[in-house]
Design a protein around this ligand. Structure first.
Ligand SMILES: OB(O)c1ccc2cc[nH]c2c1
Length: 229
């Protein structure tokens, strides 16, 4: 059963990259199906409007609930997970990507402006799994880029998508900490040599060096990921 993904957005063109590279191959292989829906197709006024002023005042506009209700109703099943990208959401992570990779149906609701009327989340929460997710502590102009990131991080974990599943084993955020630095040919580049141990053929020494480098890199870049932190 392929993973089905429906993306609802006012900027369908943002998702053209999903036809390229690994994401494109995943769709061609039938492991994943991805459909992009223009929210404005679900409006009923001549201006195809999707936003209005916020109750309670404040700057900006809020996305009105009804187009979202119409759009989500058009694709939702009781197997769906509705994902709403928002800076206010729980933090997306590699474990969350792994969960999504093993889902049946994902619906991404890509908000813009100041976000989507909260009643959309409230309406679907009793009916299906609803997850408000953030990709980090910064604010984008909408949920589209966050959705692209979450789709790519999740789809690459769908069994069969990556040619060599071995490459998943040692990558950052799979194991505690971040991964060791990588090198390839040439052995010397602009006066910089590849660490000698990597050319030694001593696999135990290479494994030890890589574990040390992972710890050094994690300590320097992501001490929060160190075991026991
Ligand atoms: O930074 B974000 O992840 C994000 C997500 C959704 C919306 C909607 C309006 N601004 C947004 C920002």
């Amino acid at each position: 059963m392929p993973l089905r993904i429906d993306v609802i957005t006012i900027f369908p063109d943002y998702f053209a990259p999903l036809q390229l590279s690994l994401m494109g191959k995943a769709q061609q292989s039938g492991l994943v199906t991805i459909a992009i829906h223009d929210l404005r197709e679900f409006t009923s006024d001549r201006h195809r409007s999707v936003d209005d002023t916020p109750y309670g005042g404040g700057a900006g506009m809020v996305m009105t609930p009804e187009p979202w209700g119409q759009a989500i109703d058009a694709v939702v099943t009781d197997q769906s997970t509705l994902i709403v990208p928002t800076p206010a959401g729980k933090l997306f992570s590699q474990p969350v990507a792994a969960e999504l990779a093993h889902s049946t149906h994902l619906i991404f609701a890509c908000g813009r402006y100041e976000g989507i009327d909260q009643r959309v989340v409230e309406y679907y929460r009793p009916r299906i799994d609803v997850r408000e997710l953030s990709i980090g502590d910064y604010v984008l102009a909408g949920g589209d880029v966050a959705t692209l990131a979450m789709i790519e991080a999740s789809v690459r974990l769908v069994p069969g998508v990556l040619g060599n599943p071995e490459s998943l084993v040692e990558e950052s955020h799979q194991l505690p900490g971040v991964e060791y630095p990588s090198y390839t040919k040439p052995p010397t580049w602009r006066g910089l040599d590849v660490p000698e141990v990597l050319l030694s053929g001593h696999h135990d020494q290479i494994a030890r060096w890589r574990a040390e480098q992972s710890t050094i890199r994690t300590t320097h870049n992501r001490p929060d990921l160190l075991p026991g932190s």
